[in-house]
Design a protein around this ligand. Structure first.
Ligand code: SF4
Length: 166
């Protein structure tokens, strides 16, 4: 599997100052996608254990409050073994920092994957150009949901993420 890029400091994808990794490869091809250069599964760079170590090293800085995983499609069958490995390693090393991910799938279709043992927040659903709203936080179109995964798993029903910014 492959990844597109790593941002050492990202203030756009989730709350606070975060590290973000953009995986490579997405089959959804949403019209108006903000990142079409991540669609091709063969582009980008190889994702290895060294990549994981590099991300964790960046996350170790005091000012980094969490890690965000975007796409490309982190939950595609090609990418989910690697994104899960990274998620597990991140939470083992930084249990106090938050882990967010974005996906074009809906939560209900992928909720049985191991990765949800580690995720705090999932922004789900494909980007829909006709539902685009620039006032939305951390999502592009109103069909998408910012889901509190820990609460959702505890209650057995979708609980949306809430804080003073959302
Ligand atoms: S799911 Fe995300 S990365 Fe994939 S095409 Fe849609 S907006 Fe782009």
């Amino acid at each position: 599997m492959r990844y597109n890029k790593i941002r050492k400091m990202d203030i756009s994808n989730g709350p606070g100052v975060r590290v973000s990794i953009f995986f490579q490869g997405c089959h959804f091809h949403c019209e108006g996608c903000f990142n079409p250069d991540t669609w091709d599964f063969n582009c980008g760079k190889e994702f290895t254990d060294e990549t994981i170590e590099r991300v964790l090293e960046l996350c170790s800085k005091d000012y980094i409050v969490g890690l965000s995983m975007l796409g490309g499609e982190p939950m595609h069958p090609t990418n989910i073994p690697g994104s899960t490995k990274l998620a597990k390693a991140f939470k083992e090393r930084f249990p106090e920092k938050s882990l967010w991910s974005w996906t074009g799938f809906t939560y209900e279709g992928i909720k049985d994957n191991e990765i949800f043992e580690y995720l705090d927040v999932l922004v789900d659903g494909q980007f829909k150009k006709d539902l685009f709203d620039p006032r939305l936080h951390w999502k592009g179109s109103s069909n998408q949901r910012v889901i509190d995964i820990k609460e959702t798993r505890k209650k057995g029903e979708i609980v949306l993420y809430k804080d003073e910014e959302y």
